[in-house]
Design a protein around this ligand. Sequence first.
Ligand code: SF4
Length: 251
Amino acid sequence: MGHPSIFLRTAGCNFLCGGYQAAEAYDGTEYENQTRAMAEKMGEGDANWVCDTIAEWMDGEGREVAELYEEWDENGFLDKIEDGSHIVLTGGEPLLHQDAITSFLDYVEAQGYDPFVEVETNASIYPSEDFRSHVDQYNLSPKLSNSGLKEDLRYNPEIIEQYVKDFTGTQDEANTDFKFVVGSTEDWREIESQFLDRFDIPRENTFLMPAGADQEELGLTREDVADLAINNSVKFTERLQIVIWDEATGV
Ligand code: SF4
């Protein structure tokens, strides 16, 4: 956290975190039909948080690989990568576009750059070998029942198993961390039984992040989640962007 980074945010997600609550939040907007249709397909139960990037990933513009590279060059992003900024692949769900991203990273590396690449994913898709060859850090954020999503959609034990092999050193060199969005202290039981205990996930690779789409919401959950992390010997992570810029995007 806090490391200078270039975010490559891809359009589209295979989840709609917040389920029916997310659809309600977008009633009366240009995304009403899309969010309602996704909630009908994916929603189950009550959510205690809603994805805060829906408006960012619902739309997107396509780019050819060379075109995106030129854009990054013009914006000085390649200079920043040379100075040590990370590339953070995020979305939506970036692994829906893993072939296109792989082509872009191949292109960047062919021009002589060697970026440190992080990927933020909901851990429902395991990436190809070509994609994995570019990644230095996985930030996995599997969703809990507090996301208001159907269990068979959000909980993917076989895929988590695959990622957890990264800890053994038998697979990739990349580091892998788990990050859980926590809206209430009740969420801990599920994190521990369905993830940490079941897959033997090390506590030092486990982060709790308070739910909250703006500074006001974050203020309501932050302290409880920090206490939960301290009491259970896992790490706490802040929503630094919201703390500094509140709801502003593109910063
Ligand atoms: S997986 Fe991530 S991007 Fe997709 S809806 Fe959930 S929080 Fe938003």
